[in-house]
Design a binder for this molecule. Structure first.
Ligand code: AHG
Ligand code: MN
Ligand code: MN
Length: 340
């Protein structure tokens, strides 16, 4: 295959899409450079004193690893100076991140999970960076961008995708009306080169992916959904395997290429407040855009992820994502249980 870089591919195959403008290309370039820097640190994580925890907790009350912090800082530092963003939001920062006064601004809004799967870093398991790009909804009114200027349904994303740091570092992304394309970093060239053009997810797979340890915290409908994938005589008509890595990017990437379903259902650990752990804006929505553009589906069990109207930056959602056949099956069971 001829060596095609991300930007060449964008200009070649997506030139009909208006946002293949210089500013969008600049945004993508800065994001790619950030990922190369993060990948370099991830690949030597075992060697330098970058492992372990900072001792801080993020807004979710989760331990922040040094690599989370590092990845967050790399992206914020580069993207603030790119002159293409009006604001950005990160899993590792409670509020909107404004562009400092005096730096050039643009009208794109970047939301990202700087390092996904960070609890796996010490075990040398694949981790990743997830990103989602919107246009600001209207001209900025004041010097500060408000949430109301940028919060939108996932269907409004201009582009979305992820980097996965593992045996090889890959970038998978899609644009508004584009397909899904995978690029593999060639460290000898220092470029992401097209390796998986036009990714399509199989209509049905044979892997389901969920953390079954929470079985006792799920409601009956969820237990019924998961049981279906354990029943070789169900109308899905096949015996499934269970694979669960615990890094969303890795579990999703496998699902995208092999088919099947990844689930993170709501659990009732707090009986008064059922919740799905994953965050809508920088985990569920970007991956939902990728999977839909590859021919798959993504719901919160019942509703299409891309249609959920976000109310706040770190809002959580249950997530059922993957091949149409399996995600549709889960939705059928939830619909039935609702009508009982
Ligand atoms: P992050 O490291 O960005 O906080 O994400 C961790 C998430 C996601 O990567 C993964 O699917 C999920 O946590 C695993 O959660 P459990 O350990 O509860 O299964
Ligand atoms: Mn994450
Ligand atoms: Mn994270």
């Amino acid at each position: 295959m001829r060596q095609v870089t991300v930007i060449e591919h964008l200009l070649l195959h997506q030139k009909q899409v208006p946002m293949a403008t210089g500013r969008f290309t600049r945004l993508l370039n800065e994001l790619i450079l950030s990922a190369k820097i993060i990948s370099r640190e991830v690949n030597k994580a075992g060697l330098v004193d970058i492992l372990g925890y900072t001792g801080d907790k993020n807004i979710h009350g989760e331990q922040v690893t040094r690599l989370d912090e590092y990845a967050h800082r790399v992206i914020v530092h580069r993207m603030q100076r790119a002159g293409v963003l009006c604001a950005m939001a990160s899993e590792e920062h409670a509020d909107l991140i404004q562009i400092p006064h005096g730096l050039p601004v643009g009208d794109y809004f970047l939301v990202f999970d700087p390092l996904d799967g960070s609890s796996n870093i010490e075990a040398n398991v694949n981790i990743g960076t997830i990103f989602s790009i919107y246009r600001a909804k209207k001209e900025r009114v004041g010097p500060e961008v408000e949430l109301s200027d940028v919060l939108q349904k996932g269907i409004e994303q201009v582009a979305a995708g992820y980097f996965i740091y593992g045996p090889s570092t890959m970038m998978v992304y899609t644009t508004k009306d584009g397909g899904v394309h995978g690029f593999t970093l060639d460290p000898t060239v220092g470029e992401f080169l097209l390796s998986h053009p036009d990714i399509r997810i199989p209509e049905q797979g044979k892997i389901y992916s969920v953390n079954e340890a929470y079985w006792n915290y799920w409601d009956g409908a969820t237990q019924k959904v998961v049981s279906t994938f354990k029943d070789p005589n169900s109308d899905l008509g096949r015996l499934y395997s269970l694979r669960y890595i615990g890094s969303l990017v890795a579990d999703f990437h496998r699902t995208l290429l092999y088919g099947g379903i990844f689930m993170y259902p709501a659990d009732y650990r707090d009986p008064k407040k059922p919740r799905g752990k994953l965050r809508l804006l920088y985990e569920a929505a970007p991956l939902a855009m990728v999977v839909e553009h590859a021919g798959g589906m993504a719901t919160d069990g019942l509703n299409r992820i891309l249609e959920i109207e976000p109310q706040e930056l770190h809002q959580r959602t249950p997530l059922f994502i993957g091949s149409k056949k399996e995600v549709e099956k889960a939705r059928e069971i939830y619909k039935e249980s609702k009508s009982e």
